[in-house]
Design a protein around this ligand. Structure first.
Ligand code: NAP
Length: 253
């Protein structure tokens, strides 16, 4: 007589397209129980397949407790490449709760011929560089961290984000509420209509928001690209949901 095995519990730290794609591919597997965790930053998030929980865990200790209490067998950190705190929390919590951890990170963007990219290490460094590159700025770094640009009174900003920003913000700023994916045609039109002279982006990678880079190249505009923070030491990385799936099969088999 064989014992009935409980489904393996997979916790996905989400908030990205890749996290949703992964959850969709795992949700039909009867051998798995899949929970996606969202931070709760976006008012009306796109919900993934499977179970969803929303809100912080209360630091690494809270996450470790959650992993133990919910008998999590594998943790996949599929958060945005710039969500640095939760990724470090995941590494600490996984180690203390003895849960295998994988980081799912889409590759960063790579400059090609004709690109005029300026690579910087932080939003503050981007703000410092901006006045030397142009006066009309398309800012796509998200509504968090706008304070870095708040002192640039001589520049005008078109700021695009999913939800409305909160102060402190640049004094001269128009807000465009929108969510990708975006097209090259749409982005080119936006750059023309607002007479944009420089674009600022994080190196988020992925297809959904890459069109602005093509549009900027075609328009001959400089782009300030904020480099990614590192993945925590020792954490294994998968570049796409298929690779994460392979790791998971090996890990919870
Ligand atoms: P963060 O600075 O790394 O995290 C701050 C705190 O938010 C964490 O300590 C944690 O709170 C909570 N948190 C973050 N992600 C969580 C998740 N998936 N589930 C539960 N709690 C979470 O994160 P962030 O940069 O503000 O990003 C928040 C979320 O938005 C992330 O899930 C990320 O995938 C998504 N996102 C971020 C960006 C970006 O540019 N940063 C862009 C697109 C989407 P506790 O310590 O209380 O657990």
């Amino acid at each position: 007589m064989s014992a009935i095995r409980r489904p393996r519990h997979v916790l996905i730290l989400g908030g990205t397209t890749e996290a949703r794609l992964l959850a969709a591919r795992l949700a039909d597997d009867p051998a798995l129980l899949v929970t996606t965790s969202l931070a709760g930053r976006v008012a009306a998030p796109r919900l993934p397949a499977g179970q969803v929980r929303i809100g912080g865990f209360g630091g690494p200790d809270g996450l470790a407790r959650w992993l133990r209490e919910h008998r999590v067998d594998a943790l996949i950190d599929a958060t945005h490449p710039f969500a640095e705190t939760i990724s470090f929390n995941a590494a600490r919590a996984a180690a203390s709760a003895h849960v295998p951890l994988l980081a799912l990170r889409r590759p960063g963007w790579v400059a090609g011929p004709g690109d005029r990219w300026h690579s910087v290490g932080s939003l503050a460094a981007a703000a410092e560089l901006l006045p030397s590159l142009g006066r009309r700025v398309f800012l796509t770094t998200g509504r968090m961290g706008l304070a870095a640009f708040a002192g640039l009174d001589e520049l005008w900003f078109l700021m695009r984000s999913v939800d409305a920003p909160e102060p402190p913000c640049p004094a001269r700023m128009e807000v465009l509420l929108d969510r990708g994916p975006f097209t090259v045609e749409g982005e080119s039109e936006l750059l023309r209509r607002h007479r944009i002279e420089v674009v600022v982006t994080k190196d988020s990678g992925g297809e959904a928001t890459a069109a602005k880079l093509t549009a900027a190249r075609e328009a001959g505009l400089p782009v300030v690209v904020v480099r990614r923070p590192p993945v925590p030491d020792g954490v294994r990385v998968a570049a796409d949901p298929s690779a994460a799936l392979g790791w998971l099969r090996d890990t919870v088999r």
